[in-house]
Write a protein of this length. Structure first.
Length: 264
């Protein structure tokens, strides 16, 4: 059975966001989802500070004490939205937001990859701007699709009862909702687009690309050369970007080409 939240893919892509579909997501869920009234934002708190989305398997399949899926969406450190489930997911638990107490059936869950620990009141893992920006824009797009305003995005720490039961996400939700509202109103900051080509007419490349340019890229970053920009090449590009202090979005644009030129 294909569940009703399959529209999430088109909405997120339409917002210009990076989207990766987890196999079987359209038929994944403990039941069909209802008509969502809002969104609950979470962090994974998995303790793994490396990797883009190391908690993905747990979100898809669940834990020993809680059957998966644990959210409809997962959000990687590089701003990629992973489509996990188009049906009912167990992410909310007991709580209330804007008078709604049916968390799992009334809210779409977003699990963002973050260590989630505090040390002396400071987050152990700072939130990358590329991840927070993607979260704001994804939330804005989904709320617009369901006809809700920014107040219908709650942090798990705000929804969960008794108060104090949860602390996720660690960022300030009032500031976050203000940014979401600005995006929905068309007054939010415009994220600059990555140019399609650089000054040497080299195209911006991403997952799905093929051909000699991909082969040259794979050779330059020490990957098996097959001319296909697939998941393994994208992961290698992200790792290379991290090593060279670039935004790890898996997209090879003008800044990446310039760094590759300087290394050769």
């Amino acid at each position: 059975m294909t569940y009703r939240l399959t529209w999430l893919e088109d909405v997120l892509l339409g917002a210009g966001l990076k989207v990766a579909a987890v196999d079987g997501w359209k038929t994944r869920g403990l039941a069909d989802a209802g008509d969502p009234k809002g969104i609950i934002c979470h962090h994974t708190g998995c303790g793994a500070v490396t990797g883009n989305m190391p908690s993905l398997n747990t979100i898809v399949h669940g834990r020993t004490d809680l059957r998966g899926p644990l959210s409809q969406l997962a959000l990687g450190r590089d701003g990629t939205f992973y489509l996990v489930a188009a049906g009912f997911a167990q992410h909310a638990g007991q709580g209330s937001w804007q008078g709604i107490t049916t968390g799992n059936s009334s809210f779409i869950g977003i699990e963002a990859e973050n260590d989630g620990r505090l040390a002396n009141g400071v987050a152990v893992e700072p939130w990358p701007e590329v991840q927070v920006d993607a979260c704001r824009r994804g939330v804005a797009a989904i709320l617009s699709r369901i006809g809700a305003n920014a107040v219908m995005c709650a942090g798990h720490k705000e929804f969960a009862l008794p108060q104090g039961r949860k602390d996720d996400p660690l960022f300030d939700m009032l500031t976050f909702r203000a940014a979401v509202a600005a995006i929905m109103a068309g007054s939010g900051p415009v994220r600059p687009a990555i140019p399609a080509i650089d000054d040497a007419a080299r195209p911006t490349m991403r997952r799905g690309g093929t051909g000699d340019r991909v082969k040259a890229l794979q050779a330059a970053i020490g990957q098996p050369v097959d001319g296909v920009f697939g998941a393994h090449t994208e992961a290698a590009v992200r790792a290379w970007q991290v090593a060279h202090r670039l935004v790890p979005d898996g997209i090879v644009g003008p800044r990446c080409w310039a760094v590759l030129d300087a290394a050769n």
